[in-house]
Design a protein around this ligand. Structure first.
Ligand code: F6R
Length: 369
């Protein structure tokens, strides 16, 4: 039930701190990750994994793209992300040292289900990250790690996305401990960052008024671009997807580094561009590069809306609007930066008088291939 909220999406966006908190609940004990559901994967087996393939569709695939950066960094194992419907039709190289992790809110997405079945037939081991107890994909997998976001009713995925990233991060940190790729201290730091996410999400939600105003001003916009880099790149893709599906506005997300390889030709005066700015405290090279991307597009007339961490003053001279997110370690920024983009799409949809819970042509679970 909507319980006082004007839409399920509004309710589910607001439930994101809880979605992450519940997904972490009971799974961090004395500075260690405890996931009893993964018992069938012994430490020896986890040490023997040579490659991880994350398979999913849509928003769940973007959660996978975010997690790729974290799992590779922490557990030093190659991770690829593939759309389920592409994976199955290209004869992927699979064996018992390949771990295939599917990500699905509904657990019923036919493309992902068929990809999981295919992976098992080819001898891969499979784990399902799923939000729906007893769904088909978990039943077809060797193990399941549930996200505890609670039922997601609005067609567009929001709270399931942040819960998927949280579950994948737990898995990545578990793997890092078993494989000995992170010191106990580094592991504890990352877990503390993860546990701080719900509170930071609350802070982002409390600051959403500016995003709402922006959406109202931009209700006539015909095209919006999104740029990001590193973990901000999948967030740019997710921001564009949300805007397409909820507000029926043409939107595209790019890796900021790709700009000069083509997309910059799209920039003309007045073109709105959201830029997810990496933390200046992260990889030393990335922040100045994205700031210079902002200067490049601004010089060509783009209207820049930067999503930047609190205190990052470098963006101020060049951005038309700055949406702030709290300080977080770089890998945890996507969990915060996605929220203003979700709210922007939702508010713009409402400003246009559209049905934000049930966008046209879409179904909550896609049970056909
Ligand atoms: C986007 C959205 C879809 C789903 C995709 C996968 O807002 O909802 O892109 O993320 O259809 O669905 P699940 O996670 O149920 O497999």
């Amino acid at each position: 039930e909507k319980g006082g909220w004007s839409s399920f999406m509004r309710k589910e966006v607001a439930e994101q701190p809880e979605a992450v908190a519940k997904t972490l609940l009971g799974r961090v004990v004395d500075g260690r990750v405890v996931i009893p559901e993964l018992e069938s994967f012994g430490d020896e087996e986890l040490r023997g994994i040579r490659r991880i393939t994350l398979i999913a569709c849509g928003t769940a695939a973007y959660a996978g793209m975010v997690a790729k950066y974290a799992i590779e960094q922490w557990a030093r194992v190659p991770v690829e992300v593939e759309l389920s419907h592409e994976f199955r039709y290209r004869e992927p190289v699979l064996d018992e040292h390949t771990l295939v992790v599917s990500i699905s809110q509904s657990g019923e997405t036919m493309d992902t289900l068929m990809a999981v079945k295919y992976a098992r037939e080819q001898g891969a081991r499979t784990i399902s990250i799923c939000n729906t107890q007893g769904a088909t994909i978990p039943r077809e997998s060797d193990a399941v790690v549930y996200t505890h976001a609670g039922p997601e009713v609005a067609v567009a995925s929001t709270k399931a996305f942040v819960a998927q990233i949280a579950a994948l991060y737990l898995f990545g940190l578990h793997l890092a401990r078993v494989r000995g790729t992170l010191s106990a201290e580094a592991l504890a730091d990352q877990l503390a960052e993860l546990q701080a996410v719900p509170e930071k999400l609350e802070a982002v939600l409390a600051e959403s008024e500016k995003v709402t105003q922006l959406a109202h001003w931009m209700a006539d916009t015909r095209s919006v671009l999104f740029l990001g880099r590193h973990v901000g790149y999948p967030i740019a893709l997710e921001g564009a997807l949300k805007l397409k599906e909820l507000a029926y506005i043409h939107a595209e997300g790019f890796a900021a580094g790709e700009l000069k390889h083509g997309p910059i030709a799209l920039i003309e005066p007045g073109q709105p561009v959201f830029v997810v700015v990496p933390s200046p405290r992260g990889s030393a090279a990335l922040h100045p590069k994205v700031v210079s991307n902002i200067q490049e597009i601004r010089a060509r007339g783009a209207r820049v809306i930067a999503i930047a961490e609190e205190g990052d003053a470098a963006v101020l001279p060049f951005a038309d609007e700055v949406l702030r997110i709290p300080l977080a370690a770089p890998l945890f920024e996507p969990l915060l930066a996605v929220v203003p983009l979700q709210i922007f799409a939702m508010e713009l949809s409402q400003a246009k008088g559209l049905d934000v819970d049930q966008p046209r042509n879409l179904a909550k679970s896609v049970t056909v291939e």
